[in-house]
Design a protein around this ligand. Structure first.
Ligand code: SAH
Length: 376
């Protein structure tokens, strides 16, 4: 019988130690192997000459180091590259490399599509077909690092954000294992401030995050009142703002004084971009150690939303700055190759039928905010 090989790309240090212990191997061999796989990018066990011949032979029999297959690649003029990689179930997910002033940030996907269906996000409109494996998530990083090596980029990878397709906290174990691998000196050696898990607000998982990893947290907020957020981020109906903010406070109490939570806020014209929305946001986040990252809405085909005018964006940001917040504006990068926030779609076999429903709805007159939303 053909037993599938174990893909070692997805193991963090603890996982690899456990795997090797199954062969009666000492934990330090996991360290050697980690370095070969992630630092040197070696995929052939026979070339790992500081491992015993018998271990190499056994690994060659039972395991593999198999990065995901790239099905499409697009390069934008501004140095941004986007890969579409094949994952299980005939799906493809997207990964984006964003070089920017001394940093090389990689935006990785954690699920095939997304189950959350935020009103303004292209990924949600694609539907959902399940979790990626740790190897499929870590494989995206592995590929990007090899690309930077090929480019002769001396800085290498500096930041990784779980802000591609999917909700990482709904693929918790895999996302945490990859975050830990990213921070492991023997693998990618990124600092805990430079590995960020972004969530739409899965409260119980935010609460347990610090038991499993020390990486940074970003929360996709987009609205400071429940009625508006219920509409934009349907997950809010399950975990409303008060619970979400409490969970962020609990996270902060575990990670130490000098760390903060990043709140992402996609600005949408006439929806959440007025000065009263900015004031409500400033009120909601009072006394919370945080940074606010404003993302001007990125359009995608048939989107129901628009990007606000530059003057409205500046006024919103100024209001937050005047209230004493660190509020940055995320530069829109890669939108000509549909690689900006919320534009990632890949090719997902939709088990939820949501894509078909979305397309059917597009044929009907446009809908805007539900009637019960507060007048603006
Ligand atoms: N599910 C996680 C990870 C996705 S991160 C989360 O929600 O945080 C992707 C980020 O881009 C999120 O902050 C998301 O809200 C934002 N986003 C989605 N669609 C967008 C769009 N069309 N324009 C700008 N930002 C968008």
């Amino acid at each position: 019988m053909n037993v599938p090989r174990v893909n070692l790309l997805g193991f963090d240090r603890a996982g690899l130690e456990q795997y090797l212990a199954g062969f009666g191997e000492k934990p330090f061999r996991a360290r050697i192997l980690l370095r070969w796989i992630h630092k040197r990018g070696e995929t052939r066990f026979e070339d790992m000459t500081d491992l015993s011949k018998s271990l190499r032979a056994r690994l060659a029999d039972e395991a593999e180091i198999r990065p995901p297959e790239v099905v499409e690649r697009r390069d934008a003029g501004d140095g941004v590259s986007k890969w579409s990689v094949a994952v299980a179930g005939g799906n493809a997910v997207e990964t984006v490399l964003i070089p920017d002033r001394g940093r090389n940030t990689l935006c990785i996907s954690s699920q095939a599509g997304c189950a959350l269906d935020c009103a303004f996000c292209a990924t949600g409109k694609q539907g959902f077909d399940g979790n990626l494996t740790p190897a499929e998530i870590a494989g995206q990083v592995w590929l990007a690092v090899r690309e930077l090596e090929r480019r002769g980029d001396e800085r290498g990878l500096t930041n990784v954000v779980f802000m591609g397709m999917g909700e990482p906290l709904l693929n918790f174990d895999a996302s945490v294992a990859v975050a830990n691998l990213l921070m492991d000196d023997l693998a990618y050696g990124l600092s805990k401030r430079r590995v960020t898990i972004s969530t739409a607000g899965v409260v119980p998982k935010i609460r347990s995050l610090t038991d499993h990893t020390d990486c940074a947290l970003a929360v996709s907020l987009h609205a400071a009142d429940d009625a508006l957020r219920d509409w934009l981020v349907p997950l809010n109906r399950r975990y409303p703002l008060a619970e979400l903010i409490d969970a962020c406070r609990a996270y902060l109490s575990h990670v130490g004084e000098r760390r903060s939570v990043t709140f992402e806020y996609a600005l949408m014209k006439g929806v959440n971009d007025s000065l009263s929305h900015a004031a409500a946001l400033a009120g909601l986040l009072r006394n919370l150690r945080c940074k606010i990252n404003l993302i001007p809405f990125n359009p995608f085909p048939d989107a129901d939303f628009e990007r606000p005018d530059a003057s409205a964006i500046t006024a919103f940001q100024t209001c937050l700055l005047n209230a004493g917040y660190t509020a940055t504006l995320r530069a829109t990068r890669g939108d000509e190759i549909a690689a900006a926030c919320g534009q990632l779609t890949g090719a997902v076999r939709d088990r939820t039928n949501r894509r078909a429903r979305y397309i059917a709805r597009l044929r009907q007159p446009p809908v805007s905010a539900p009637a019960e939303l507060p007048a603006r």
